[in-house]
Design a protein around this ligand. Structure first.
Ligand code: ZN
Ligand code: FE
Length: 254
């Protein structure tokens, strides 16, 4: 299944999936313009999926609804998403055109954040990034760590469709945490080449993230040791390692 990242703003991606008839699924349209340009005079989209309430993910919905009235808008139950037509919650199956997705609750970046998994794809908004993860605006380290663990347990060949192109900056931090990891070194080289050529680094494969992303590797001795060194104290469990990494990253300058 081919998912297309439409660049928006400075570093967002709006994800587009198209069926054989040209009808689309649109994920997290923070801006309507790239979607209107991509879909042109084609048929209306099957649906819009939203992962969380932030403006850079939902800001274009009203304009898309003005263009294609009645398009279903799936979103987590949250009064801050006024444009939703159907609330989803963890475990729900969302049927969109020929596709089926399972909803996963992934609180932490925001309290109501969800991800959609199906068709070999994962739309994870601002929860999981390639070589990184979202900031914790409305959750604890334990919550965010559990949300990432839920995503990391999906099949390794899942294509991870993150909502931001942060990979190059994330690679610098990942290498600071886990410098001896050969899989990470190879991925960082590949990322530099992709960005130098103006190409997206996404989607990434979940198996690759499990091998390279320090936020999914809190149980690895090298990652734990680096987190403890930086925190200057022993860390009791993987969630504490995760929390220490998140604090480290928040202050990190490459
Ligand atoms: Zn966000
Ligand atoms: Fe965002």
């Amino acid at each position: 299944m081919h998912a297309l990242p439409l660049p928006a703003f400075d570093d967002n991606y709006i994800w587009l999936l198209r069926d054989g008839t040209g009808r689309a699924l649109v994920v997290d349209p923070g801006d309507a313009a790239p979607v209107l340009a991509a879909l042109g005079d084609g048929p209306p989209p099957h649906a819009i999926l939203l992962t969380h309430h932030h403006g850079d993910h939902i800001g274009g919905v009203d304009e898309l609804l003005a263009r294609w009235p009645g398009t279903p808008v799936f979103a987590p139950r949250d009064e801050r998403i006024a444009s939703a037509s159907q609330w989803v919650e963890s475990g729900d199956e969302v049927a969109v055109g020929p596709w089926r997705f399972r909803v996963l609750a992934v609180p932490g970046h925001t309290r109501s954040h969800v991800a959609y998994h199906g068709e070999g794809l994962l739309f994870c908004g601002d929860t999981l990034f390639s070589l990184g993860c979202g900031r914790m605006f409305e959750g604890t380290a334990a919550q965010m760590h559990a949300s990432l663990a839920r995503l990391a347990a999906l099949p390794g060949d899942t294509k991870v469709c993150c909502a931001h192109e942060y990979t190059l900056a994330n690679a610098a931090f990942a290498l600071a945490v886990d410098p001896e990891n050969p899989a990470l070194q190879a991925r960082a080289d590949a990322i530099r080449s992709l960005r130098a050529a103006g190409q997206p680094t996404l989607p990434t494969r979940l198996g690759e993230e499990r091998a390279c992303n320090p936020f999914l590797r809190c149980a690895e001795p090298a990652v734990r040791a680096a987190a403890q060194r930086h925190a200057g104290r022993p860390l009791a469990n993987d969630a504490e390692v995760f929390g220490a990494l998140r604090v480290w990253k928040d202050g990190f300058r490459a």
